[in-house]
Write a protein of this length. Sequence first.
Length: 331
Amino acid sequence: MSLIADTLLAYLPPKRKHTPSGWISFNAPCCVHNGNNIDKRMRGGFIVNGGDAVSYHCFNCGFKSSWQPGRLVGPKLKNLMRWLSIPDDLINKMVFDAMRVKEDSELGSKLQLVPTFTPRALPLNSEPIEHWLEGKVNKHLMPVLEYINSRALYLEDYPFYWSNDLGFRSRLIVPFYHNKQIVGWTARSVNGQTPKYLSEQQPGYVFNLDRQHWDRKYVIVCEGPFDAISIDGVALLGSEIKQGQHLLINQLQRQIILVPDRDAAGEKTVEQAIEFGWSVSFPPWPEDVKDVNDAVRILGRPATLWLIINSAVQTELKIKLQSRNWFRKEQ
């Protein structure tokens, strides 16, 4: 039984009776304080629900009060405690205990929402690209290397993989890591083959989270993996902040800056960022720049990062005003 239920039961008037429905009836202590006639017919009712929650109802003056785990102690319940002659130090103890229970409940709910991931295998015959370069370079690997170069990326930027399997030889394989384990992957076509992406992705996954070192001031949130690799940020792998992703990113405890793609889908991401209290950046990029990787290819990494950080805004009004101009350029 909760501390609040135990204490209230202990301080109820000694003259009381139990009803078949579980209520305890006694002369209501609230009536005199509320300016009503003193209750002498035992019309104050108290009940403990589920062993922890409590409810009080006076059938004489109509006063009601209740509490359940996960809620704070409200003014009405505090008044009832005083009317029952519970000492102030004990009331304060119950108030703090209710706060602790509420915080534990909220933390438990958040922990349940934070996603977990299990290891996943990469496509058949997948090996780090560096391994394939140790001997004679496979002719099918050359277009993949050219694609990496076309995205202004380097083999040192990320542990890229490749497979000589027939279904994957024209794709660049990007493994998904979490706590240093491979938990998924995406394979990007480099020659127009459809679908553009083949992926194994677990719900709530955030790309490149492992590489966000503790000494950084910012975490930059992008939509695609190549955007994130370009500036060593993280990626949502889509234009929506999925269930649990914001909790994983918030756990980094840094200033979070979302950089949406400059398209209609990015507008929804901005709305979610406002809801989560994140900053949003709308850099003054050339009009033909659609995303972070485009900016890196045209402007270079230092300039892209500088523009992202210095263009970040946090207040809802500023985000909404700049969002209109940002997405209007797409039309």
